[in-house]
Design a protein around this ligand. Structure first.
Ligand code: PEP
Length: 254
């Protein structure tokens, strides 16, 4: 099945509103109409509204970096799916390893977010990946299989087909030490196999991204792999020219 590649930029806790708008104002003319690839930027919550306005009329979509599973309630500091949808978000990252590590997110919490995101018309980008210790202990398959199973509870095949998974080995995030294309492709193939067992044919439509120190220099190694359908980009997405180069390569234009 031909899957349209997706490149998503995770800006993490970077950029004021002014800086965020400047970044997308530079990005839109570079990739705002490019075909053959879907593009998402995920600024901090504080910049979503203004970035959304700056993206209007372009094909770049707006995503959030996290959400709460409840639509509203007494959850100080949290932001819900309907609030994100109201700002024009169409995607939301769930289960990023930094949320798991620094904020204690469990697989179960991530699963609730994934399920609720669909119900609230947001496409979840479910992040999975093993730590260095888990990798060295030969536990990559076991850890990623568990994250996939608990991260995708009770999805209908229709919802599952829209799912985006980002395979992000934790040891590769922000370290400058990317996985090899071959290794990332191998784990992505396993992920698709596990999804196929749960959701049947719908698994063929799931886009599986690679994330972890992706740059304009190494994107071709991942974009050329049959099981990899794009990238989740952290550091390099902060620079509109670097991000644009990654988008163009993923679209087969570079
Ligand atoms: C990320 O934050 O998801 C990520 C992959 O970061 P980086 O590209 O900086 O490794």
């Amino acid at each position: 099945m031909a899957r349209v590649p997706l490149v998503a930029g995770n800006w993490k806790m970077h950029k004021t509103v002014r800086e965020a708008v400047e970044t997308v104002s530079a990005l839109v003319p570079l990739v705002g109409a490019v075909e053959g690839v879907d593009i998402v930027v995920c600024p901090p919550f504080t910049a979503l509204a203004d970035v959304g306005r700056a993206l209007a009329g372009s094909k770049i979509e707006l995503g959030a970096q996290d959400m709460h599973w409840e639509p509203q309630g007494a959850y100080t500091g949290a932001v819900s799916g309907p609030m994100l949808w109201d700002l024009g978000c169409t995607y939301v990252i769930v289960g990023h390893s930094e949320r798991r590590r620094h904020f204690g997110e469990t697989d179960e919490a991530v699963g609730r977010k994934t399920a609720v995101a669909f119900a609230q018309e947001l496409v979840p980008i479910l992040c999975v990946g093993e730590t260095l210790e888990e990798r060295d202990a030969g536990r990559t398959e076991e850890v990623v299989a568990r994250q996939i199973r608990l991260g995708t509870p009770d999805l209908t095949p229709e919802a599952a087909a829209q799912l985006v998974v980002a395979y992000e080995p934790v040891w590769a995030i922000g370290t400058g030490r990317a996985a090899t294309g071959e290794e990332a492709n191998r784990v992505s193939g396993l992920i698709r196999g596990w999804l196929r067992k749960r959701f049947g044919e719908a698994a063929e439509a799931v886009r599986i991204l690679y994330g972890g120190s992706v740059t304009p220099q190494n994107i071709a190694e991942f974009a050329g792999q049959p099981e990899i359908d794009g990238a989740l980009v952290g550091g390099a997405s902060l620079d509109p020219h670097a991000f644009a180069a990654i988008v163009l390569a993923a679209a087969g234009r570079a």
